[in-house]
Ligand binder design. Structure first.
Ligand SMILES: Nc1ncnc2c1ncn2[C@@H]1O[C@H](COP(=O)(O)OP(=O)(O)OP(=O)(O)O)[C@@H](O)[C@H]1O
Ligand SMILES: O=P(O)(O)OC[C@H]1O[C@](O)(CO)[C@@H](O)[C@@H]1O
Ligand SMILES: [Mg+2]
Length: 319
């Protein structure tokens, strides 16, 4: 193996650049050439490749987004399109690829491995919805951004004695909501993976206001329902001055936290070593603070386990 490729795919996540840097610098240190594949699997099929040097990745560790750009390219689920991608790699002399992305992107990495191009997946998504890894690259930064935003929302909520329903990202995964809800001292956290009772939440808010609290914060995972709909449901059980807020894509931007930078660096470094060992079709993760690998195929059967104790702690504190 002389030449490897690297791409970012799906939603961008803070720390993707740190992972690209780690892969590039580790590969070069081990005598490999590195090609950046721009725009995810779309750029792979189009042959949008650019040689990367150590200087190209200098100063990238602190930048959000992905300088290789990303794409949602559903066409890559078709075998014919996957074959075109593998042919592009072969014609550029690229023997192996590192794919940084979420669960969807892992399907692409597995497809390439099956077509003879060893590929390793790195968990790059703010959602933290990937099995067999405690943290995905970008989750920590997205939580920090959402936490900062909710701290600010609370200032205005308190000034008007309002309830804010804040919708946070994560698709069907409630990890961002749970972590940020606890970190901001929310009155309630609502996630798709666990049952919830809107009437009970309304009663909690009423009691808090009656006891002298001047604001209410509900952190709502986007996979449950929209913030507007939740507000309408809540108003059936109480006469609150309520506002719905959607943090949306701001959660994906900004400079990565130290956790995301370090995890991305560890996992990027490890991914190159796996390729040097001739491995492919593997997903890298961090389990109990240690680097780990699993067959990508196993991930598709697995289910990410969130830290649901956070939900219980928050409930107990808001009785
Ligand atoms: N079944 C599949 N086979 C091959 N490639 C796929 C498949 N599913 C998704 N992909 C590729 O991976 C890309 C990213 O997938 P998706 O949009 O689900 O995001 P993701 O990687 O899960 O990241 P995130 O959820 O954080 O946005 C798709 O646009 C497509 O190019
Ligand atoms: O950027 P898009 O295509 O609007 O997708 C938004 C989705 O991507 C994510 O930001 C990352 O998967 C999700 O949390 C969100 O539901
Ligand atoms: Mg995903």
């Amino acid at each position: 193996m002389k030449r490897i490729g690297i791409l970012t795919s799906g939603g961008d996540a803070p720390g993707m650049n740190a992972a690209i840097r780690a892969v590039t610098k580790t590969a070069i240190s081990n005598g490999l050439e590195v090609f950046g594949i721009r725009y995810g699997f779309a750029g792979l099929v189009a042959g949008d490749f650019v040689a990367l040097t150590a200087e190209d990745v200098d100063h990238k560790i602190s930048q959000g987004g992905t300088f290789l750009y990303s794409a949602r390219y559903p066409e890559f689920a078709q075998e014919e399109v996957q074959k075109k991608g593998a042919e592009q790699l072969r014609s550029h002399g690229i023997d192996a690829v590192i794919v940084i992305g979420g669960d969807g992107s892992y399907h692409g990495a597995l497809a390439l491995t099956r077509l003879g191009i060893n590929s390793i997946g790195l968990p790059g998504t703010i959602d933290n919805d990937i099995p067999y890894t405690d943290y995905t690259i970008g989750f920590s930064s997205a939580c920090r951004t959402a936490m900062d935003a909710i701290d600010k929302i609370r200032d205005t909520a308190a000034s008007h004695h309002r309830v804010f329903i804040v919708n946070v990202m994560g698709r069907e995964c409630g990890d961002i909501a749970m972590r940020v809800g606890v970190a901001t001292g929310a009155d309630a956290i609502v996630i798709p993976e666990r049952p919830y009772d809107i009437k009970e939440i309304a009663e909690t808010l009423k009691r808090h206001f009656a006891d002298g609290k001047d604001n209410g914060i509900i952190v709502l995972a986007e996979g449950v329902m929209s913030a507007d709909k939740f507000k309408d449901e809540l108003l059936k059980y109480g006469d609150f001055d309520a506002r719905a807020n959607v943090l949306a894509h701001m959660q994906r931007g900004g400079s990565p936290t130290v956790t995301d930078r370090v995890n991305a660096t560890k996992m990027g470094n490890y991914a190159v070593k796996l390729l040097l060992d001739g491995k492919g079709g593997l997903a890298v993760g961090i389990e109990n603070s240690k680097l780990a690998t699993h067959d990508i195929l196993d991930l598709f059967d697995g289910k990410h386990q969130g830290d649901y104790a956070l939900l219980d702690i928050n409930k107990e504190m808001n009785k």
